[in-house]
Design a protein around this ligand. Structure first.
Ligand code: C5P
Ligand code: MG
Length: 195
């Protein structure tokens, strides 16, 4: 089965702890979007009994490095195909985080219509992550993994956002120093052509 070319895909990007998941949940409540978080799909696969990818995913998540693109793209593609009868619009949260993910996904799955980029200072992200760590139960919400995730974001993921902006012209930047509701108002404005 293949991905229906009539669906709309929005990439949702930004550093760790920036509030991608929070904003996606708000969009899902108000509009008919399917929210697919690449990180959540990877964690689910990691925990699946008998998965051949468990170990490799666990190691990358712990190290804050990027899981090989074919694993993540395969999970996303399967999730899109499984939902495309019911949904026309997809939020792909936390993806693409590396150039090969961006290029191969757009070539082999579907080109994105828009990228929402949450721009945030490292201090604010760190504060949010440490707050989240009290309840998230995530193995990578500790200082050591957080530092590694920041490092990967700057070195590996920021160039992807620049590519989507300068070569694909599909990036809308959102200032994340505001409150959740103010940010959400900006998100809706940026997405007006899709919602
Ligand atoms: O987005 P989230 O913070 O939940 O991602 C957790 C981890 O999953 C990342 O630090 C990375 O190891 C992995 N990941 C990935 N490729 C993506 C998204 C997440 O390798 N596109
Ligand atoms: Mg998330």
């Amino acid at each position: 089965m293949s991905v229906n070319k009539d669906i709309s895909v929005v990439f949702v990007l930004g550093g760790p702890g920036v509030g991608k998941g929070t904003q996606c949940s708000k969009l899902v409540k108000d509009f008919k979007f399917k929210h697919l978080s690449a990180g959540d799909l990877l964690r689910e696969e990691q925990n699946k009994e008998g998965s051949q990818y468990s170990q490799i995913i666990r190691q990358h998540i712990k190290d804050g490095t990027i899981v090989p693109q074919e694993i993540t793209i395969q999970l996303l593609k399967k999730a899109i195909i499984g939902n495309q009868e019911e949904y026309q619009k997809f939020l792909i949260d936390g993806f693409p985080r590396k150039m090969d993910q961006a290029v191969i996904f757009e070539e082999e799955v579907i080109p994105a219509k828009l990228t929402i980029f949450f721009d945030c200072s490292k201090d604010v992200m760190l504060e949010r992550l440490l707050e989240r760590s009290k309840t998230s139960g995530r193995e990578d919400d500790n200082l050591e993994s957080i530092e590694k995730r920041f490092d990967t974001f700057v070195k590996t993921s920021v160039p992807v956002i620049e590519y989507l902006d300068k070569s694909r012209h599909i990036v809308k930047k959102i200032d994340c120093s505001k409150t959740v509701d103010e940010i959400y108002a900006d998100v809706k404005k940026a997405m007006k052509d899709i919602i």
